[in-house]
Design a protein around this ligand. Structure first.
Ligand code: ADP
Ligand code: MG
Length: 722
């Protein structure tokens, strides 16, 4: 019969890497497909450009006349690059990117084709809102939604096999103005953070304070698997991860005989991919092999959070499509292979402006130090107060497999500061720095934090949330996730903490305390309440899992089912409401959408497990049993008897596997649940363990059944791509 796996191996051995000639110099390709400020300056009149620049930089609205001028110039620019279509591109509440393409074409009364692109088409679009998840917002509003241009993220031309399209980054909202996407909350969270930071900085005596923005640099991990293997594995194609597969023997030397050509293929893929990114103005900066075989990482240079988030989405889309052109399936799943390192997306985050610079950089004078200490303290308070929220924004069925799995951050949110900074904050907590401050010692010994070792040796890889010299790195984010959710949570918790700090500072300063003493006084109170979240030890250790919960009162939240209800917590509802980032209705809709996503992805996996076990693995084991049985029969005719041990084992494992399949199917068939929470619990506590039970027996069979008959590509075959 047809063995998909053997066919795949055959095809792969015949394949040569896709050719990729010498590429153009960076200068020639950099941002050529972006309608950047430079491109606008060239295309627009002086006045129109001035108005547009103001809009880009401050978000001030564009008047209709100028919008028409900008739209016409944008159309001409895009058409010159071959675009016949334009599309508002937006980011619904799921992790996907959505588009709706329209032609520039209109016909005139003579039946001739002319093109048109007005300011109103640029500014507003109307996709069919009903085809995107709205949560409860669908109930309270008409299904209609509309998209609106976000001028703070540049338009660009995307080239695909179907031609070129002018892409217009947009927000997506309901007819009554509720956020249906991931961009609106991000923009609002920046605003809330700016407002709160302004208060703190002016209390600190800063006179000129430019608008603050958050920055993001995201490191993206991914796996590449040859498409032939992927096509032979419905679990990889439909669920993005292997639902079956025995671990290769420990220390096994993989046989690289078949795969000699593959490293070259990956090189060629990366070069092709990065050139595409450069044309789109995405500053791809580093790439390298990751720990696991077949795993890689790419990290662009950091940018303004809103632009970085759009670029991140674009990168994920391009990564998959470019991989396909090179004969790979690109897996962004957090845990494609059990027992092998998973994939994360480290979100590096800082806040700053053009007048005070990066507020998470300790700077080089004691004065800078005070601002830095306040902002750093604000982050500490935020992670402590809203740890469960941070866990909720990174919760997904896929990321649950990674968090707490001893090669990824634990599912307990703590902050790593590094030895020096941790001791500064401990001194603050113990009142030591306050004594010095009252004694009028301006530099307080804070100069020690100026000599930060930015040495990776000081990094704690086991922390989910680490200070890394001039930024925080949220390491628990999953590889397939949008960076917006984490950025929104971080900006908003920071806004809340800065508001708290401003209130306290104002009171202490009013008492006539000097600035340094006032800062230390406020931070001492902050540390007393929130210092428990600081942890510099081994986050993987079982001792930490115990101590974090029992001694520190932190929460260990293992699954999405446990994590998502944080969105309903009154303190979280109040956080988003008071900062104006999400209304209670908008927040509630997010809970609904994420819960539904969780349930759907686990149900798809459960059905795949039933299907693959019944129609692929079971037939293969029966065929194997048949050959064992006939060998035994034939041998007995010659009066030779053979031990039945292996036959017995295959029978026992096959029976056990199919018994688990029956239980799993029965659990899938349960459809009535009292609440979303109950439905999620059923997935986490019933479906997941049963899937694992089926898998355990199937994986045992993989190690016994004849290699010739085994239908699924094996781990060592799929992984050995380096
Ligand atoms: P590592 O693997 O050591 O964590 P990388 O160099 O791979 O570091 O990635 C670090 C990421 O952090 C890059 O995207 C980088 O541009 C980004 N980054 C650096 N400084 C800042 C900052 N101040 N704010 C936000 N991101 C930053
Ligand atoms: Mg990193």
């Amino acid at each position: 019969g047809l063995n998909y796996r053997k066919t795949a191996i055959n095809e792969i051995t015949k394949r040569a890497p896709k050719k990729c000639g010498p590429t153009d110099p960076l200068k020639k390709i950099w941002a050529t497909d972006v309608f950047s400020l430079a491109a606008m300056e060239e295309a627009l009149s002086k006045n129109a450009f001035k108005a547009m620049k103001k809009t880009v930089q401050t978000g001030s609205p564009l008047d209709t006349a100028t919008a028409d001028v900008v739209a016409a110039a944008m159309k001409d620019w895009a058409m010159e690059k071959g675009a016949k279509f334009f599309s508002h591109i937006f980011y619904p509440m799921t992790n996907i990117t959505a588009e709706k393409h329209d032609g520039f074409i209109v016909t005139n009364s003579d039946g001739g084709a002319i093109t048109e692109f007005t300011g109103s088409l640029l500014i507003k679009g109307e996709p069919d809102g009903s085809s995107f998840p709205n949560g409860s917002l669908r109930m309270t509003n008409a299904a209609r939604g509309y998209t609106a241009w976000d001028p703070s993220s540049p338009a660009y031309v995307m080239h695909t096999d179907n031609g070129a399209t002018l892409m217009i980054p947009s927000v997506f909202m309901s007819w009554t103005g509720e956020a249906l996407d991931k961009k609106i909350p991000l923009l609002r969270s920046n605003k809330a953070m700016d407002k709160a930071a302004q208060k703190v900085l002016s209390l600190m005596g800063e006179t000129e304070i430019a608008t603050l923005n958050s920055s993001c640099g995201a490191e993206q991990e991914y796996f590449l698997v040859d498409e032939h293997f992927a096509n032979a594995r419905p679990d990889l194609v439909l669920a993005g991860r292997t639902l079956f597969g025995a671990a290769p023997a420990k220390g096994q030397q993989f046989d690289d005989h078949y795969f000699g050509a593959i490293p070259a293929r990956v090189q060629v893929f990366m070069q092709d991919f990065e050139d595409k990114l450069y044309r789109l103005g995405i500053p791809a900066k580093t790439h390298h092999n990751e720990v696991a075989p077949g795993q890689f990482e790419i990290a662009p240079y950091f940018e303004a959070a809103n632009v970085a988030a759009d670029h991140q989405q674009m990168m994920m889309t391009l990564m998959k499509s470019t991989a396909k052109e090179h004969g790979f399936l690109c897996l962004l799943h957090e845990k494609p292979f059990a027992g092998v390192n998973g994939s994360g997306k480290h979100v590096n985050w800082s806040v700053g402006n053009s007048t005070q610079g990066n507020l998470l950089d300790p700077g080089s004078t004691p004065h800078d130090n005070l601002n830095f200490l306040l902002f750093c303290g604000a982050v500490i308070r935020g992670v402590h107060k809203f740890g469960p929220l941070l866990r909720a924004v990174i919760a997904s069925a896929a990321n649950d497999h990674r968090l707490g799995a001893n090669e990824a951050p634990p599912a307990i949110l703590s902050v790593y500061l590094g030895t020096q900074l941790e001791s500064v904050f401990n001194d603050i907590k113990e009142g030591k720095l306050l004594e010095k401050a009252k004694g009028g010692l301006m530099d307080l010994g804070l100069s020690q934090i100026l000599q930060f070792e930015r040495d990776p040796g000081d990094r704690n890889r086991t922390s989910p949330f680490a200070f890394t010299g001039n930024r925080f790195e949220f390491r628990a984010v999953g590889s397939s996730q949008s960076v917006s959710g984490p950025l929104v949570a971080m900006n908003t918790m920071l806004a809340d903490s800065l508001n708290w700090i401003a209130e306290k500072l104002e009171v202490v300063l009013a008492k006539g305390e000097d600035k340094t003493a006032a800062v230390i006084t406020v931070l001492q109170e902050l540390m007393e309440e929130h210092g428990n979240v600081i942890f510099g030890g081994d986050g993987y250790s079982s001792e930490w899992h115990r101590a974090a919960v029992e001694e520190r009162g932190l929460k260990n939240i293992p699954t999405t089912a446990d994590a998502l209800p944080a969105f309903k917590d009154p303190s979280v509802v109040e956080l988003f409401k008071s900062t104006g980032v999400l209304s209670p209705a908008e927040l509630a809709s997010r809970f609904e959408v994420y819960a539904e996503q969780y349930v759907l992805s686990i149900e798809v996996e459960a059905k795949l497990v039933v299907g693959m076990a019944s129609t692929r693995i079971y037939p293969a084991t029966i065929q194997y049993l048949d050959s064992l049985a006939s060998a035994a029969t034939n041998l007995s005719k010659l009066n030779i008897s053979i031990s039945h041990n292996s036959i017995d084992t295959v029978v026992a494992e096959t029976d056990a596997m199919m018994a688990a399949v029956t239980k799993l199917q029965a659990a899938i068939d349960i459809e009535e649940f009292d609440s979303e929470e109950a439905h999620m619990d059923h997935c986490a506590k019933v479906l997941c363990p049963l899937m694992l039970e089926v898998r355990t027996h199937a994986d045992a069979l993989e190690l016994i059944v004849s290699d010739d008959l085994w239908p699924l590509a094996k781990y060592q075959e799929m992984l050995f791509i380096k």
